[in-house]
Ligand binder design. Structure first.
Ligand code: PBG
Length: 322
């Protein structure tokens, strides 16, 4: 490569038009997924821990579906706040559960909107863990059947994609078999394949009211110290029939996103989680940085690392151009 002064790297940075022309990574709304919290009734409630994020009543689902469609978003990802919780998380697989009702309402308003449901029990169990608890620990195999039931009930309500986020072993296979058996062979599985036990989920647990009542999730979610293990998790989920795989959180896992993309090819999804989003929002509120630019930069970094699809609470309003 010839050097200076023949080569001047700054030439292509001179104007916005030139910068746009040579941009390698791009943010497009059609590949951003908007995570949403739904509750059975009442009025929209702001989530104290997450600036700009609300718990929405099911009756607002139609308006939200139209907004997501008008914005050209890639889809919505749903989390539910059930009317009541119990040991077995039965609100997760109830036919008239909050998510099942929300899916039906979204689809009535916007048939073509891609509707993704988070499949997990932690928002629905009284103890806040992601499965059935026996002797103080989550029982993997006993949990599988309930996850499969939950996924089938979401598919029956009209979900296009089910997204297991529980990190039980074998859940993708169990869900695939159950879906196929019940006539939902076309329902897509997006697995939270490499999901770390992350402190960055803190604000989400306030929003979803899903903090574990004892202990933590380190017995089933991954240790942030590990990278090779993430490759095994992804390989296993693909083998079990996952159509799409996700890395979570995103910014602390750029290396994992890159490795996953190189090893398995796309599409790879990454979740900019509640803590990543909230850090930027609070820093902006404190006047420490430009929130719009920081959000865009973080999302571009996730794209550049290799993510094709990004889950982000900023999906409807992030500035796409610099
Ligand atoms: C449910 C689930 C969690 C998130 C997505 N699905 C919380 C957790 O595992 O504790 C976190 C999302 C976020 O922080 O934005 N298991």
């Amino acid at each position: 490569m010839t050097g200076f002064p023949t080569r001047r790297m700054r030439r292509l940075r001179r104007t916005a038009g030139l910068r746009r022309l040579v941009a390698e990574a791009r943010l497009v709304r059609s590949q951003l997924i908007w995570p949403l919290f739904f509750k059975p009734e009442g009025s929209p409630t702001p989530v104290s821990a997450m600036p700009g994020v609300m718990q929405h009543p099911v009756k607002d689902a139609g308006a939200i579906a139209r907004r997501a469609t008008d914005l050209g978003l890639g889809g919505v990802l749903l989390f539910g706040l059930p009317a009541a919780k119990d040991e077995k998380g039965s609100g997760a697989y109830h036919e008239q559960g909050v998510i099942q009702e929300t899916v039906r309402a979204l689809k009535r308003a916007a048939q073509d909107l891609v509707v993704i449901t988070d499949v997990c029990l932690c928002e629905y169990t009284s103890h806040g863990h992601c499965g059935i608890v026996r002797d103080g620990a989550v029982d993997n195999d006993a949990t599988l059947e309930l996850l499969a039931r939950t996924a089938v009930s979401h598919a029956a309500a009209g979900a296009d994609v089910v997204a297991p986020s529980d990190m039980m072993d074998g859940r993708v296979g169990a869900i695939r078999r159950a879906l196929d058996q019940k006539g939902f062979a076309d329902t897509v599985i997006l697995s939270y394949a490499a999901k770390y036990a992350s402190a960055f989920y803190g604000p989400f647990r306030v929003a979803a009211e899903s903090a574990p009542q004892f202990g933590d999730r380190r017995g089933y979610q991954m240790d942030p110290a590990n990278g090779d293990e993430a490759m095994k998790e992804i390989a296993l989920d693909l083998d079990e029939g996952a159509d799409l795989v996700m890395v979570k959180p995103a910014l602390p896992c750029l290396d994992i996103i890159r490795r996953a993309k190189e090893r398995f090819g796309g599409p790879i999804a990454a979740y900019q989680v509640s803590g990543e989003y909230t850090m930027i929002k609070l820093a902006a509120q404190a006047g420490a940085l430009d929130g719009d630019l920081a959000m865009r930069e973080a999302l571009l970094a996730i794209r550049r690392a290799g993510a094709d699809i990004i889950m982000t609470y900023a999906a409807p309003d992030v500035r796409l151009d610099g």
